[in-house]
Design a protein around this ligand. Structure first.
Ligand code: 5GP
Length: 214
């Protein structure tokens, strides 16, 4: 017995947590998960494709979507809008797919408020030195000020960890394990009694009871 509707999973994690790689591995392992495609006003980076990585839209378009109540959540991050288109997510959940939103903290907390049965999961690096080494080790000549800013943002994001339902620590060379932990969390959540609230009604429904039992 488990819920037929999909589970809404929100994944956050600071830059350097490896959340993108973990989610890519999870998607390779399971086909009942769908990664939501967000809308954003930021410009595409090299190699990013509209409708695959994001829906790249203008500020005006984004603000119209907000006004028309088409966004499940949204936030401004580094002077750009980012948000989750509502319809696709709701359709997938109703079709029994688990939907993953990979979003920052403010958006995640909005989702929890609107949909209390969403599962919020923070992917964290194992410790500060590992995070710093990952951010510095990317080798793309990032200026020191940007590294410091990313570390500060990580501190802010991790300070909200208590508002998340689960923490998954992504250690070095532990991508498989981290993906399996998220899968385990979602599979367990499917059996939470509060998600299976039609079970008792079905169990005792008149047509299923033997004659003479009421
Ligand atoms: P990036 O520009 O590096 O792709 O993403 C910047 C941040 O925006 C990341 O923390 C990412 O998780 C977050 N983000 C991506 N899509 C959404 C969204 O739909 N809503 C919110 N609130 N944050 C998002």
């Amino acid at each position: 017995m488990s819920e037929k509707r999909g589970i809404l999973i929100v994944i956050s994690g600071p830059s350097g947590s490896g959340k993108g790689t973990v989610l890519k591995r999870l998607m390779e392992k399971r086909d009942d998960f769908k990664l939501s495609i967000s809308a954003t006003t930021r410009s595409p980076r090299e190699g990013e494709v509209n409708g695959v990585n994001y829906y790249f839209v203008s500020r005006e378009d984004f603000e119209n979507r907000i006004k028309s109540d088409m966004m499940l959540e949204y936030a401004e991050y580094c002077e750009n809008y980012y948000g989750t288109p509502k319809k696709e997510v709701v359709d997938c959940l109703n079709a029994g797919q688990n939907v993953i939103l990979e979003i920052e903290v403010k958006g995640a907390l909005q989702v929890k408020k609107k949909y209390p049965d969403a599962v919020l999961c923070m992917i964290a690096p194992p410790d500060y030195p590992t995070l710093e080494a990952r951010l510095r080790g990317r080798g793309d000549n990032v200026p020191e000020a940007v590294i410091r800013e990313r570390l500060d943002t990580a501190k802010y994001e991790l300070s909200h960890i208590g508002e998340y339902d689960y923490i998954v620590v992504n250690g070095n060379d532990m991508i498989d394990e981290a993906a399996d932990e998220i899968i385990g969390i979602v599979d367990a959540e499917k059996h939470r009694s509060t998600r299976c609230n039609t079970f008792v009604d079905d169990f005792f429904s008149a047509e299923k009871l033997p004659c003479g039992v009421n």
